[in-house]
Write a protein that binds this ligand. Structure first.
Ligand code: UD1
Length: 417
């Protein structure tokens, strides 16, 4: 067990390189199951969730190899079509093997993910989509079993834009017979990258990045070769770190088109942001201004940046309101921030934040991935020392975060707890 120890109050300056996007790599890794032959995915970050996904591919019978930041996967011989509970419970995105396995093998058995720290997160929309494609879905011992000799194209209308549901159905429909239309599809940049990847494999897909995607099924796909897009959530987290500490930071790999709303909200808060070659330069203001935020599906404000934005607002001059509309129970960082002197109260789906002059270092505990990032941000801006424990959450989604922050002047280290 490790913890992160931060002595706060140092403005972050310099340049930082954003890693490949975790949420883009995961579906890309599972998309390799759709084809025979060796696929190669590059700019893959070293993260615990990626290790879990690769372990799952190994269990399914793919041969996997990591060379520098590339991952080579050969899924020619698949010997199992089961994603076991032990892996799915540590990473919900394991359910993304359902679509590829069903399309390629005609059968898949995947443990139901169950509850998680940020809410119930069902997969009913994924299953509804597979049923529309002609799959028979049964439940057995906590596992979902899906079966279909050959999937058939269908018209699917999601109840809500679901990122994982859209990805799972895109992959399944790529090998289905005939045309599939997905309406109310999620529009996240990671979905656009998955669609581009599938197209490069020979799939026929139009409309990714809009709410209506059409897929003309093909009978087989070629292996994949792709470089992963930069992680917009990691980029946003560094941008907020610069803003909160009054720093001046070039975030290399940050892309305006992936973060329009976040950028707008940061500018409203008084942060200076301008594009520079290869990234975005962020200069923190003397005093942050309060800004209201409502999370929603892309292109709305990302729920994965909610906790980080809240800690910035904890230091703003005035009162702001943040509403969480994507996940229930995603305010667990609030209690920990209160222990650091933040003045935040919860009112249903909203948090009301009265800015304070200064946060105070304290021992705090991470509860989920983005909550951990918000506690690190709090520690960077706080007086004295902050110790963040349970940082295995952080290691699921941030590559070498303490090294990257130390390189920008932060006094931060990882120590044995
Ligand atoms: C993905 C991201 C996660 C991000 C989330 C929302 C990955 C690996 N994870 O998660 O970081 O926070 O998008 O941007 O990319 N829902 C249902 N039924 C379903 C599917 C979803 O009710 O079958 C609900 C969820 O409970 C949630 C909402 O729809 O309230 C959005 O979830 P979804 O977009 O599916 O999130 P994930 O794909 O799990």
């Amino acid at each position: 067990m490790h913890k992160i120890v931060i002595k706060g109050g140092v403005p972050l300056n310099g340049e930082v390189q954003v890693s490949g996007a975790k949420n883009a790599v995961l579906p890309l890794l599972f998309a390799t199951l759709l084809a025979e032959g060796q696929s190669e995915i590059c700019n893959v970050p070293a993260l615990r969730d990626i290790d879990t996904a690769v372990a799952l591919l190994d269990i399914l019978g793919a041969t996997t190899e990591r060379v520098a930041d590339c991952c080579r996967i050969d899924a020619t011989a698949i010997r199992s079509d089961e994603a076991p509970y032990d892996l799915v419970r540590t990473m919900r995105a394991s359910v993304l093997v359902l679509g590829p396995l069903l399309a390629r093998c005609g059968h898949a058995r995947v443990s139901l993910p169950g509850g998680c720290a940020i809410g119930a997160r069902p997969i009913d929309q994924h299953l509804k989509g597979f049923e529309a494609l002609g799959a028979r879905i049964t439940l057995d011992h906590g596992y979902v079993e899906a079966q279909a000799e050959r999937l058939r194209g269908a018209h699917i209308i999601f109840d809500m834009p679901t990122v994982g549901g859209t990805e799972n159905l895109l992959m399944a429909a790529a090998l289905a017979e005939g045309e599939t239309i997905i309406e109310n599809a999620a529009r996240e940049p990671e979905i656009v990258q998955l669609a581009e990847a599938l197209i490069s494999m020979g799939a026929k897909i139009e409309g990714a990045g809009t709410a209506r995607i059409s897929i003309q099924g093909v009978s087989s796909l070629r292996p994949l070769e792709i470089t992963v897009m930069p992680d917009r959530i990691e980029a946003g987290t560094f941008m907020i770190a610069a803003a909160m500490t009054g720093g001046d930071l070039l975030v290399r790999g940050a892309r305006q088109q992936d973060q329009e709303v976040l950028l707008q909200k940061m500018v409203e808060a008084g942060v200076m942001i301008h594009p520079e070659q290869g990234g975005l330069r962020v200069v923190g203001p003397d005093k942050l201004l309060p800004v209201d935020v409502r999370t929603s599906a892309f292109p709305g404000f990302p729920t994965d940046m909610q906790a980080q934005f809240m800690v910035m607002m904890a230091l703003a001059r005035g009162t702001s309101r943040i509403s969480e509309n994507v996940f229930e129970n995603r305010f667990m960082h609030v209690c920990e921030l209160q222990r650091m002197g933040a003045n935040i109260s919860i009112d249903g789906h909203s948090a009301v934040i009265h800015g304070v002059e200064q946060l105070l270092g304290a021992p705090v505990m991470a509860t989920d991935l983005r909550a951990s990032a918000c506690l690190v941000l709090a520690g960077l801006a706080a007086e004295n020392t902050t110790e963040v424990s349970r940082i295995y959450h952080l290691d699921r989604g941030y590559e070498r975060i303490e090294e990257k922050l130390a390189g920008l002047g932060a006094r931060i280290e990882r120590v044995s707890a």
